[in-house]
Write a protein that binds this ligand. Sequence first.
Ligand code: ZN
Length: 314
Amino acid sequence: MGNGVSLPEAEKLTEEEERAVLDYECSIEAIANFIASDRCQKIVLMTGAGVSVSAGIPDFRTPGTGLYDNLQKYNLPKPEAIFDIHFFRQDPRPFYDLARDLLPANYTPTAAHLFVRLLEKKGLLHRCYTQNIDTLERRAGINPELLVEAHGSFGSAHCTREECKKAFSQAYFSEQLLASGKRDEATGEMSYCVLCDVEGCGGFVKPDITFFGEPLPSRFFELRERDMESADLCIVIGTSLQVAPFCHLLHMTKPSTPRLLINLERVGAVDRMSNGNGFLFDRPNNYRDVELLSTCKHLHTHTHIHIRTYTYNN
Ligand code: ZN
């Protein structure tokens, strides 16, 4: 996943311009007031595994409980191989087995997804960039046009044979996967597989999740610059901001755009990687960045936006 952008040096605002952002009051109340004001029309969100944890979806990298630490049974050369396109072409069984647990139908959107949906209903959602492949944004009812599933998703699938590449729906993939269990006579173990139905093809069908060795969806590159430059507010929720190029979205916001981080721990602070465009928390020159180190569950009480009355069917 290369494709980095060349980041400009952080642009310096005048004191007057800085004051105009949040009046030097970098607090959650100031962000809430900003959202309620006419100045905030376009909100861009960046979300990661943290927004889906309370739905019960395992995250990938947490030591001990994360998905990568629990793949021993597959005897993989390394944990990441389960999402490696070259490995998948050789042996797709570990991925298919895991995919049965990850199918989006098994999960329900969380308060964080409903918060994004609520911003859409209020006409404030410009775009939601998510690293998650679980499609819970769609299940929360968010218009796919307002989404960028930066690492792909289970929302569609394709035959992996280059000569074929037939497209399949999420429903087809799920049904075939669940119906495809085959027991090995010798070992008694079940294995699963989804094959292309084009006559004479028989290629493996893979959901359009971005595997290692595959490019990110072109939509990500087409939209990111314009979206980030036009954002009035950027909200980052539940991501470690460690995976490029996704993390660089934050660095592409205008210097006058306030930014809110909602996460269990501080991430994304200004460093060499961000060329001065990272979060300015605790820096004496911070005029625009706010952090809420908390779970996403109580988002609405912090932001004065009430989502209690919404269910995910709305
Ligand atoms: Zn095919």
